[in-house]
Design a protein around this ligand. Structure first.
Ligand SMILES: [Zn+2]
Ligand SMILES: [Zn+2]
Length: 820
């Protein structure tokens, strides 16, 4: 398969295309490769169950996102990580990771038994060791948090379906892709339904399991289920419900336990026992208990009110294996695996299916080629698993009532309409339902046909590529001398058009950033819009393309349109595109060599220019207080050599340059009323530069500045000592304010909506001597109070949360302290 070109979006299903099982999709855009899910096909064994990994160079994958723990989405992950050239990063939610561990351990064991013993050695996909090794490398993502890897951003949203299931919205160079994974829009007993991400997506990769089918209302299905079971046990029969060990099984148990409670006179007190037969039964309990806070309000309320785990059932007993099971009379058995391929559920099927009074009740989705799918055809006999030559008669009743948590047509359509994507790619569905869904969607969106907004629907088979030409959205940034050029022209413009000399250009404004460039086709024209100093002024760029050894792609002529007088400023420059992070940089011709060279080593020299409304010595003094170690590169003004008090009295002449080198890398040039910051892009340098900008912006209003201005006066009055103390206090306070702000921002990033800053009336983060700055995190039942002033967690009712908060606090503290 070809690698992604820069112009088109590509999609291939390595599995899950026109089938349910072995979900694995590849998306490529702008040279980035993302893999979605890594499942196995439940109807096949060993290598045959894998997605078509040989058809793709897995070493090119940047990230792999796992939507949920089901085997058809996650079970080949250890294989990918340990036995292929894959070297990307892997992400899933916390509960998915917790459950995945137990499930796959079970999977390794069950498949080792299920596979023909002669094949077992070479056919086993991976071992316990592979599983353990890969497990440690898996990274987790919280719902609603956004992670950025190498220019790829992605955010996890609730998908319903099973505990921990996530949808991912992925963003590459402005293009948004939503992958639903398996999802449900129905609120059930323990899970919330899937959410609609707040931002729309350009491309939607959506499941199509149920095609155009409609679910019966939930209440009907519940009644049918309990009636059917009640009737069966009433006639002395046994009920076998093959279930996947985790997920829907817990939902069914909530329903059954409640029904048994209501009918305890007939069914309770062990009259008709319910068993849950799975190796994982007990482990699941603790996992489900841990994540009650991620479930819906109902179950959380139950948990809160009764202070007991709602997953501890009064009427259900656990069975580890069938040896401890005494099969005397009517009973209800939930047993894994869900599709009767092998193991406990298969053994019970073979034992019970010859008897007419028994019932096999299928509640999950059954994949083509599995026993669960076959038994629904009500065959006369079924092959014995131990010996396919032996046919076992089937006389038992077989019924299907779906509790599979997938959307039906109406739910899917509503969701698809909300996402508003122009390109829809269907996955996770057998050919027929998927085909029907495609037709239904096309007819639903038929009004868009032939328009610019025409909605396209694709139902690709495995390994058939879908390529979409896409209009990208890019961000361009002006750097280097071109900024001065823009500035000069704009200043001229401002002084010409405005008598108010206050129209200073602040940092964000001097940098021509936030340009929205829309490319139309490949080597076409680009049009750019930029907001500069004044909201009334717009920069319009019309550009033609020039290809120069792949690095410099677009030549740009920019014109700054100045309203209301419509005075045009024409700026010529080169638009440089950096393929790694999709940055577009507008530089002047004279800077080209410098920027070109830097780009090839991927070091970017950043430059920011801002107005500073105070004297150089004040700026110098503040920077010295903050950073201490400052090298003076050039000083025409004599600020750094003379007594501050003397300078105070001297009017500082124009055009004297003061060039400072801070923390080795960052150069600050002070000339006239301008400060120019230059540094090489990098995490630490960017943060230091940020803090310098903060200082420069606050210099004239800082309390220390006021003290500083009256410094000469204090000398005369001989109160030097006392004043110095106050100055130091002021600086310390300023430093603290800055540190706290950084920390607060870090927490905002980490916890999103779950974090609230407890602000005082003035709504600013200004530490006062008396009151501490406090923040609060609430995640379901878990909450924490954080004292930012004291840098500690004050109250927390959950140890995992407390640990997390403390480690973020530690990271934050080390980050800010390295700068002071
Ligand atoms: Zn699933
Ligand atoms: Zn699935």
């Amino acid at each position: 398969m070809s690698q992604a070109s820069n112009t088109s979006f590509k999609f291939f299903a390595l599995g899950g295309g026109n089938e349910v099982g072995r979900s694995c999709h590849i998306i490529q855009y702008k040279g980035k490769t993302i893999m979605l899910d890594a499942g196995v096909h439940p109807a096949y064994q060993g290598m045959a169950s894998l997605p078509f990994y040989d058809d793709f160079d897995l070493s090119t994958v940047d990230i792999l996102l796992i939507s949920h723990f089901h085997l058809d989405h996650a079970a080949s992950l250890p294989y990918v990580m340990q036995r292929t050239p894959f070297k990307g990063r892997v992400f899933m939610t916390h509960p998915t990771k917790a459950i995945y561990r137990w499930l796959l351990r079970d999977f390794v064991r069950v498949t080792a038994i299920g596979v023909d013993s002669t094949l077992a050695a070479e056919e086993s996909l991976y071992t316990d060791e592979d599983l353990a090794e890969s497990f440690d490398k898996i990274e987790t993502i919280d719902y609603h948090s956004t992670v950025e890897v190498n220019g790829i951003k992605f955010t996890a949203y609730h998908a319903g379906h099973v505990l921990g299931a996530a949808m991912f919205q992925i963003e590459i160079a402005g293009l948004k892709i939503l992958f639903t994974g398996d999802y449900s829009r129905e609120m059930d007993r323990h899970l919330n339904s899937a959410e609609v991400p707040p931002q729309s997506s350009d491309i939607l990769v959506v499941e199509s399991t149920f095609g155009t089918a409609t679910h019966e209302p939930r209440l009907h299905r519940e009644n049918k289920l309990t009636q059917l079971i009640h009737t069966t046990v009433g006639r002395g029969g046994r009920v076998l419900m093959p279930v996947f060990a985790l997920g829907r099984a817990q939902e069914l148990m909530l329903i059954l336990d409640e029904y048994w409670q209501k009918h305890s006179d007939e069914l309770g007190s062990g009259q008709v026992p319910i068993f849950y037969a799975s190796d994982l039964a007990r482990k699941c309990m603790s996992v489900f208990q841990t994540y009650v806070n991620m479930m819906n309000d109902d179950i959380r309320k139950k948990f809160r009110d009764s202070q007991t785990n709602p997953f501890i059932f009064k009427n259900i007993s656990y069975l580890k294996n069938l040896e401890e099971f005494q099969d005397f009379g009517p009973s209800v058995m939930l047993a894994s695996p869900g599709m009767l391929q092998s193991g406990l559920s298969r053994d019970l099927l073979e034992k019970w299916c010859p008897e007419q009074k028994n019932l096999v009740l299928i509640t999950g989705y059954s994949v083509e080629g599995t026993m669960a799918k076959y038994i629904m055809l009500e065959p006369d006999t079924i092959p014995a698993i131990g010996n396919p030559e032996i046919n076992i008669p089937r006389r038992c009743q077989v019924e299907e009532i779906s509790f599979a948590a997938h959307v039906d047509f109406q739910e899917n359509l509503e969701f698809i309409e909300k996402i508003n994507a122009q390109n829809i790619i269907l996955v996770h569905g057998e050919s027929n339902p998927m085909g029907r869904l495609k037709s239904a969607l096309l007819s639903n969106f038929s009004s868009t046909k032939g328009t610019d907004n025409e909605v396209h629907v694709y139902n690709p088979r495995n390994c058939v590529e879908v390529a979409l030409e896409y209009k990208g959205i890019k961000v361009a940034k002006a750097v280097g001398n071109i900024v001065d050029e823009v500035l000069q022209k704009e200043e001229k413009f401002v002084s010409k058009n405005s008598k108010d000399s206050d129209v200073g250009l602040k940092m964000e404004e001097t940098e021509v950033e936030g340009e929205e460039v829309t490319t139309v086709g490949e080597n076409d024209k680009i049009k750019a819009e930029a907001t500069t100093a004044d909201e009334n002024k717009k920069t319009e760029t019309e550009a033609t393309t020039a290809n120069e050894d792949g690095k410099i792609k677009k030549e740009t002529t920019a014109s700054v349109e100045a309203t209301p007088e419509q005075e045009d400023i024409v700026i010529s420059g080169i638009l440089v595109s950096d393929d790694k992070n999709f940055d577009l940089t507008l530089v002047s011709l004279s800077d080209l060599r410098e920027h070109h060279t830097e780009l090839s080593t991927t070091v970017l020299r950043e430059r920011q220019t801002m107005m500073v409304n105070c004297k150089k010595e004040l700026v110098y003094w503040h920077l010295c207080q903050m950073f201490g170690d400052i090298t003076v590169e050039r000083d025409d003004s004599g600020v750094t050599n003379q007594e501050v008090s003397k300078i105070e009295n001297k009017s500082s002449p124009e055009s004297e340059k003061l060039v400072l080198q801070i923390m080795g890398d960052i150069r600050v040039t002070l000339i006239d009323n301008m400060a120019v910051l230059e540094w090489n892009q990098g995490l630490i340098s960017d943060t230091i530069a940020d803090s310098i900008v903060t200082i420069l912006m606050s210099v004239d209003s800082a309390p220390a500045s006021v003290k500083m201005s009256s410094h000469s006066c204090s000398h005369q009055h001989g109160h030097e000592h006392a004043h110095e103390h106050e100055e130091n206090d002021a600086v310390i306070q300023q430093e603290r304010a800055w540190k706290i702000k950084k920390l607060v921002n870090l927490f905002k990033e980490q916890f999103g909506d779950a974090f609230t800053l407890m602000l005082r009336k003035d709504e600013t983060v200004v530490p006062s001597q008396k009151e501490d700055i406090m923040g609060e995190i609430t995640m379901g039942k878990a909450s924490a109070k954080i004292n930012f002033t004291q840098m500690k967690v004050e109250e927390c009712n959950s140890n995992p949360l407390k640990g997390r908060v403390e480690s973020i606090m530690e990271i934050g503290a080390s980050l800010v302290s390295s700068l002071c």
